[in-house]
Structures are given as C-alpha cells and as structure tokens.
Write a protein of this length. Sequence first.
Lengths: 481, 481
Amino acid sequence: MSHSLTSVFQKIDSLKPQFFSRLTKAIQIPAVSSDESLRSKVFDKAKFISEQLSQSGFHDIKMVDLGIQPPPISTPNLSLPPVILSRFGSDPSKKTVLVYGHYDVQPAQLEDGWDTEPFKLAIDEAKGIMKGRGVTDDTGPLLSWINVVDAFKASGQEFPVNLVTCFEGMEESGSLKLDELIKKEANGYFKGVDAVCISDNYWLGTKKPVLTYGLRGCNYYQTIIEGPTADLHSGIFGGVVAEPMIDLMQVLGSLVDSKGKILIDGIDEMVAPLTEKEKALYKDIEFSVEELNAATGSKTSLYDKKEDILMHRWRYPSLSIHGVEGAFSAQGAKTVIPAKVFGKFSIRTVPDMDSEKLTSLVQKHCDAKFKSLNSPNKCRTELIHDGAYWVSDPFNAQFTAAKKATKLVYGVDPDFTREGGSIPITLTFQDALNTSVLLLPMGRGDDGAHSINEKLDISNFVGGMKTMAAYLQYYSESPEN
Amino acid sequence: MSHSLTSVFQKIDSLKPQFFSRLTKAIQIPAVSSDESLRSKVFDKAKFISEQLSQSGFHDIKMVDLGIQPPPISTPNLSLPPVILSRFGSDPSKKTVLVYGHYDVQPAQLEDGWDTEPFKLAIDEAKGIMKGRGVTDDTGPLLSWINVVDAFKASGQEFPVNLVTCFEGMEESGSLKLDELIKKEANGYFKGVDAVCISDNYWLGTKKPVLTYGLRGCNYYQTIIEGPTADLHSGIFGGVVAEPMIDLMQVLGSLVDSKGKILIDGIDEMVAPLTEKEKALYKDIEFSVEELNAATGSKTSLYDKKEDILMHRWRYPSLSIHGVEGAFSAQGAKTVIPAKVFGKFSIRTVPDMDSEKLTSLVQKHCDAKFKSLNSPNKCRTELIHDGAYWVSDPFNAQFTAAKKATKLVYGVDPDFTREGGSIPITLTFQDALNTSVLLLPMGRGDDGAHSINEKLDISNFVGGMKTMAAYLQYYSESPEN
C-alpha cells in the first residue's frame, strides 16, 4: 500500500465518530420522495447535504431546479427535489470522476415491523450493524464520497482526482427529469468527466465484495387479439364463435417453454457468445442455488449449478408472461367471453440484441403462430417500451482500479457481477457523457434496501469508504482513462 | 277450433284496452331489483300485482317474505321482495299448472339512449309495438296469465286447469332464496302441481314462434399454479425460476383449440348421440350465420351452416377461457412475475354429461398436462360451481299441447329450440316438483330485453295470450300429464 492510502485509511478509521454523526443527522430527515406530504423533507435533506458539501470544501455547488412534478400527482404544483451538482477540485492535470447517488428514500414506519425507529439511526457497534431507512440505499454511500474527501484532507494528502457530484432526490420515484438534465449538462457542468461511478447497488451475497459491470435491458410487448365488438355471454356464444382468449393462450404459450427456453426463432443468434475470459469470471463468484431458493421462498429454480443461474440472470435473455388485460381477473367466477384481450410479456435483453430486430422477430413469431390457428379473429403484437441493456468492460481502467482497491481493502479479488434488472440512468451516463460507468456497491445482498430493518454493516461502511478512496487513487494513477 | 277457444280468443281481442291499461300501470313502477334505492318500488309493484290477482278472482294469495337480502349489499337490513303465490281454481278433477314469472326489471334511464321514457309504456298501434322497461322481460308475459283468466271468465267458459302462480321480484338479481322456497313448498303450496310453464325467454329470431326444451348447464373451474411465495421482479428472476404464468399458458392452451374443439379426453363420449328425431327438429328452424354475425358484430362464427351453429350452441358442450386472476391485468406495463395465478374456464354441459365425472376428467387432463411440463411449481384444478343442464322431452303432453296451441294461433308449427345459457330455476322446478317444465316465450329475439328501447310487438302480446289460453285448454284435454 502506498504511504498516502495508509494515512487516508487511518483517517477513515479515526474519523468514524464524525461520519456516524453526519449519517445520523441525514437519516433523521424522512426524505420519502413518493410521499407528496413529505416533499419538504426531501428539500430539507438536499439542504443538509449541500451544507456538508460546503463544509468539506466542495465548490460550485448548484441546487438544480427540475421544475414541477409531472402528472400523475395529487398535489398541484409540487416541485421536484433539486439535483445537487458540486465539484471538489478542478485541476486540468487530474482525471475527473463523476459520482452519482440519491438522497431520497423508500417509505418506512415503525408499524411495518421495524425493530427500531426507521428514521433514527441505530448504531450497534457490538453487532457491527447500523439500522435505519436509507442507511444502505443510498444515504450511506452518498455521504461516503464526502467522507472520503474529508479523510484525504485530514491526512494532508492531495485528492487524486477532480470529483463531480450528481446527487438526486427522486430515484425511488422514477428519477423524473434526470435524463434530460444529464443530456443537457453533458457539455456543460459535466464537461471533461472521464469516468462515472455509481454506488447504489449491493453485493450478490453477504461475504464477498463485487463490482458490477452489466445490466439487462427490457423490451415490453403486448399481443392484442380481438374478435366480437363487445364481450359475449359464454352460454349463448360459447362453442359457436372464435374466442380471442383461446387464441391468445396459443400465442402466449408458443413464446417460451416451462424450462425458460425462448421459442422465438432468431433470438439465440443475436446473443453475444460466451468468451473464455467472461466464463472465467463466473467460476469464483460466491453464490448457490440455496441462495436463490431462499430469495423466492420456494424450490422453483430452473438450474442447480451456480454458473447456469448467474448466466441466465445476467447474460442470457429471458421471457416473462406478466398477465392479460381485458379478460376476467377478479376472484370468483364470471362467464364472459372477452371480446378483446391484451397479452403482456417482456424480454430481458442482453448484448448484442438489437431492439428493433428483436421486435421484428417477436412480431413475426406471433403473427405466424396466430396464422397457423386459422382464426377469424384479428391479432397484432406491439412494443410498449424498450430500455437497452448495459454492459461495461470489466477489464478497463476503472474496473481494474476498483478491483485493486477491493483487494487492498478486503484481501480478496471482487466477484465481477451483472444484474438481471435495469438501471436506465447507467446507460444515460455512459451514452451522454461517452464515458465508462462503474457500479461500485457498498452494502450486502441482505441489507433489505426496500424492506424493514434496512441495515448497513459498519465493516461495509468503513470498507466501502476505503475502497472508494483507493479506487480514486488507483484510477488517477492509471495510464488509460 | 273448439267453440270455447273461439270465444276466449274473441275476448282476448276485445279486452285489449283493459290489458293495455293494466300493463301501463305496471310499467310505470320502476321495480329495479338491482338498485337498492328503488327497493320500495319493487314492493309497490308486488302490491299492484297482488291487487290484479285479487280483482281477477285468484285466491289464497300469499306474499312470501324471503327475509333480509344477504351480502354483498350496501343498505343494511334490506328486505327481499316477496314471492307472490296464488291460485285460480282448486278442482281436484283438473290438472294443476304452475306458472312462473318475475315482476322486477333491469335498470333503465332515458339518458341511456331510449327514444321514450323507459318507465312510461309507449303504445304505437300503427307500428304494432309497445315500448317500455319490462314490457317483454317479464311484466308483459307475467300479466298475461292474469289476462288469460279474465278472458276465460268474460267468455263464460270454464277455466280448464287449476293455476298456481309463482311470481318473484329478484330474477334480475340472482333469484335470491327462490330455490329454497321452491324446495320448501314442493309438498306445501305447490303440492299436486302437474306441470310448470315459464314464459321468460324469446323466439330465436323475429318471425317464427318457438318452444324451448333445453338449456345447457355450466361447470366453472380454476386451475391454480403457484411457485414462489411472493411476486418476483422479472429482471432479477426472469430466466432462472419456473414462472407459474408460463405453466398456466400451457395448461389453459391444452384445453380447447381455436376451432372450439375441446381437447379433454372422455368428454365426447359422455355427450348423448344425436337421434334422427332430434336432428329433424333443426332443419326447419329459422336461423342463419348472418344473424349470429349481427349479434357479435363480427365475422367470428366457427360454422357457416345453421344446423352446426345451433347444435354447438344447444346440444354440444363448449369450453370458454374467461381470464386469469393473480396476474397483471391493468393497462400499460408491469414487470412482475406473478407468484400464484388462477386460470378461469368453464364448460357448458349437455346431456348426458355427469358433473362429477366431468370434473374428474378435467382434473386428470390438467394434472397430466402440467406433469408433462416437469415444472417445479404446484398445480391443482378445482370446481368453483356447477349448474346442471336441463332438457325436456319436446314430444311430451305439455309440449304437444303448446305446439298445437302455437299452430292454432300463428298458423305454423313452432321451432323447437334450446338455449346455450342456463336458467337454474328451470331445473329446480323440474327436480323439486318432479314435473315437466315448458319454456313458452312470448316476445321476439330482437326485443332488447336488457337493452335500450325494450319492446314487445302487440301481435306477440295478443298472440302470446291466445297461445297461453290454448296451451292450457289442450293440456287439460291431454290424456297424459
């Protein structure tokens, strides 16, 4: 370890009481972005954070007003919380790293089943755990970037990069208008950013640190089958008219089998082949079918082997059937023949699937299946929305720096993970700023981010700050961007 | 024509103004059983009808209290409308005919698109049409039984049978508690009833009178597939867990094909074979594929030939898929993997299908299909409710009398029809009283019973009353019951 990091790490340890105090003050503000009645608290928290930035020597602090929240909304003229932009350093000879985080939180009430008041940080040093809403998602990680600056300053070490913050207050409510802001500031406030680091996800499990380099995309479709002009009585018309629901079962049933295999021709060919280099990443990842079963509360896994589960979650497409609109959907019995039904399904996309080509294959498949039924009904399939997959190069400069940092702090190489779901803002940063994005999680898979008793292990908090510090240091020393 | 019927028919013609007046007074009472705020009007109408019965010489009039309406209901302690029991005659040497009708009506408002006030009878003698809510369903036919008694009396002819009325006020709202009453009175008020006649359905078309001798039954099922203990995020779990919806599409898709053919083994074998005698009944029935297409507003008929359409509506089973409970069913897109889904379908049953055996075949089929999927999920199929089919002998004494009556009045043999839907009360009468039931419709297929501008042709009103009179006369003369 370089001398500079040793002293920074020492300061992170010794400043712990100060960092706990900062986190305590932040957690006690119930900044629930989805609760319109608490919107002023979200603003209060933004103010608190901007004060922390100011005290720690950040400059050019901007509370960017995103205007009025668009509908659907109950409160008229409700202002969106500000995005907090700020800088620490602006040395043209250094690399510039943008760090994203969010200060808003999920709702929480003691009555939901919390052991302690959710908006009062409970620090249990004996158990090594801090509990409170937002502690891991994402107030703890967000404040950590400020803490790291404090530690560098206290150690008398020069901060290795120029830091830019982009802290939003609407992540738990759809990151409204953030996309537009990023695109607008790409050549403004964010000009010159070399890399983006997001600390807003989690380790896969509870023991091994991870770096996340990919997310699947999502194409959402509906197949619409219509026949009669209005719903019909099944006593009178059952057996004499072609029922749209019967046709829909055939079309939806032709998309994927019970083993999860997608039956649409041409999709497999679009999936990037597994390279030996990528394959090697899966071998050491700490995960098991037991962990999957624990998460679903069942034994419904399609695979027994860790590698198969992870690859099908991260690097292969999947097709889920979500439901049917227009048919009977309540409890009990209703003898209607629905006249027009919408079958909803989505495909999680991965490299190198092209969204337009996928849509064309899906439509071709559904049209052909429907045609084979010789039904007098009408059928069409349409895309409701698509969001692209994201995958980064886990061997690039940022990831290499983060890997080295993790090894230094935790003594092990991190697992390189992807996630099955989408975080659309990741791709927006990558595309708008034309930079690499690193997902650098701080907490563990069992932190209960959106659940009761949200926690962050103190060792992850401290280890996470040290990892951030070392990542910035190593990245600054890297010959490439 | 016997002399007695000639004079009764003359009186039916000459008493027309009086019958119009009685119908006008009845129609103006908005006896909407589904509208709790109008419940007092339903009671008013019961009172009006009991007065008419009394004036016409019916005796032993009982307004049977069915107690408080069971939930779901908004108004606490809402009384059910009474069932009106009464007799005309009690001569042990005569046959006894029970006539069923209902005095409640469907909701109606001028704003729905009526040409005239729905609760004001509009008699257009030039066009030969009466318009008003309830005129054909079922106030007109109900009052006609009283009118027929009046006509016999005015003509000085002896009434040929003992008449028993069972007039209810909740038919449009599920005939609550009527079943219990019929069973209870089978050996009480209804003791000695030889035949039951219900005038509460319609001609198949607009030109040819019909007698109805069959109704299909209905077995309603749900297939329940469950896997995970809670709904899952399709980004994280799509492709790695067995999705209940995917399995359900396979099971539901295996039940019936797009041509309406039921694919469950053993059902065809239970269906009574078509006899030459029954087949002959279809040949002359006035109906066409164009009429079916007009009713569905589409060209979705599975058959071109009249006989095929009618047989598949009346005498063959059908399977309809109604919807899915537990899955996404709203507009738009939601990326959930439903944890537990209920696929709803029903089978319209016909002679000689046995409900218990059918359920066992359905369960065997669904279990086998699910097993073939090798899914780790759990699947079971259960019966939600069953209502038996009803079929009468269209060549028995009642039908023969009604056929002869129809020929006398309209100059043509009636079509013998069945209906695809269920009228459970028909079977209750047949089983509880151990008698034959005749469905003797008065109105036409285009009367718009539950729609706007409900009408009854004056010629059907008058012809219907004459048919009722002649049916009672001929039935009384029949050597058999």
